[in-house]
Design a protein around this ligand. Structure first.
Ligand code: UT7
Length: 330
């Protein structure tokens, strides 16, 4: 029997600077009431100049290693779409800064679905014997890529990082990842995109729309797609794992917008209270969203050992991914 990936540590980190709705309201021509009622967000954290994505990732990684009670891993997988630079990947720098030695390290780019994609990659590495212990991190620093004049993106995104440690274990142990579902829709890539800075821009140097290196988003269409794919992916996953919606203690969905979370719960016929959320105080932290929430809910006792948990994520690409586990004693 090939080994199974078992979650054995969790950690999260947001930079100290809190940015309230009031702070954004005047310059963006919006107000606290609009932002709260449309998104559920009251504040987010933005990193100060001089802080890079790898710094957030290393802090969350350090906390996850501490939670797991270990100091070494043999692979680091970092989910991010806002790396320290276009090349090289940020994961090797994070591994070096954490003092992990010359371990394998690479980035996964799947926007807000990145952390669950990275869990899949790490579980695969464990299953084939390529790694015995993996540090999986989701980190994004979108505040550097937000158009200060675009009120539809500037109000939503917060900076942050979350991380988990996976180890090789046996099927049936608490914390073992029970199954995966993932998919993508490249035909809808324009719904959330940073148009500039890539080979498409370099290959079409006179296309002005490709000069934009800010995040652009079609919010209403994304809303619909997020509900469809997080609900659909969760349903397929439940079928694979052999659970029904009623078996699930907590659904930990990508924290895009509280209305999206409630609609996903309604489609899954799950009480809305079973959707864990922290979007009110951290906003949409992209690849960090799920591990940051897992870390917070473990620390405050909402998430307890033995709880049946579904993780489901959706983001640019489009891409989506889900997994499930029985929460371990951390
Ligand atoms: O992480 C995964 C990717 N992102 C998402 O999943 C985001 C999903 N989408 C959303 O969360 C919502 O679509 C938004 C919060 C972005 C927007 O809310 P909405 O209710 O879908 O608004 P809308 O984009 O349909 O815009 C409705 C109106 C527009 O005005 P008009 O054209 O009707 O006059 C917007 O200009 O609301 C306006 N608007 C705002 N007004 C005040 C958009 N943003 C704001 C704002 N304050 N911040």
């Amino acid at each position: 029997m090939s080994p199974t990936a078992v979650l054995t540590g969790i950690g999260g980190y947001v930079p100290p600077r809190r940015v309230t709705n009031e702070e954004l309201a005047q310059s963006l021509g919006t107000n606290d009431e609009w932002i709260r009622s449309r998104t559920g967000i009251q504040q987010r954290h933005w990193a100060d100049a001089g802080t890079v994505t790898g710094d957030l990732a290393a802090e969350a990684g350090e906390r996850a290693l501490k939670s797991a009670g270990v100091r070494d891993v043999d692979l680091v997988v970092l989910a991010t779409s806002t790396g320290n630079q276009p090349m090289p990947a940020t994961a090797p720098e994070v591994a070096a800064n954490l003092g992990l030695g010359q371990v394998a390290a690479y980035d996964v780019s799947a926007a807000c679905a990145g952390f669950v994609y990275a869990l899949t990659a790490a579980a695969g590495a464990i299953a084939i014997g390529a790694a015995e212990r993996v540090l999986v991190i989701g980190a994004d620093l979108w505040s550097t890529r937000l158009d200060p004049a675009d009120r539809s993106t500037a109000i939503i995104f917060g900076d942050g990082a979350g991380a988990a440690v996976l180890r090789a274990g046996t099927a049936g142990e608490a914390g073992s990842l029970l199954g995966f579902d993932a998919g993508s829709d490249g035909d809808r890539r324009a719904l959330a995109v940073v148009p500039g800075g890539g080979s498409r821009q370099r290959s079409h140097p006179h296309a002005p729309e490709l000069a934009n290196e800010y995040l652009t988003m079609r919010g209403r269409d994304l809303f619909t797609q997020a509900v469809e794919h997080m609900a659909g992916s969760s349903q397929r996953l439940l079928g694979r794992v052999g659970w029904t919606g009623a078996d699930v203690d907590w659904c930990v969905a990508h924290q895009a917008n509280i209305r999206i979370l409630h609609t996903v719960a309604d489609v899954l016929r799950m009480p809305r209270e079973r959707m864990l959320s922290n979007v009110d105080h951290v906003g949409n932290t992209s690849a960090a969203s799920i591990p940051l929430l897992l870390s917070e809910a473990t620390a405050d006792g909402r998430l307890e050992a033995g709880d049946r948990v579904v993780l489901t994520a959706f983001g640019g690409g489009l891409s989506w991914a889900s997994t499930a586990l029985i929460w371990p004693d951390l």
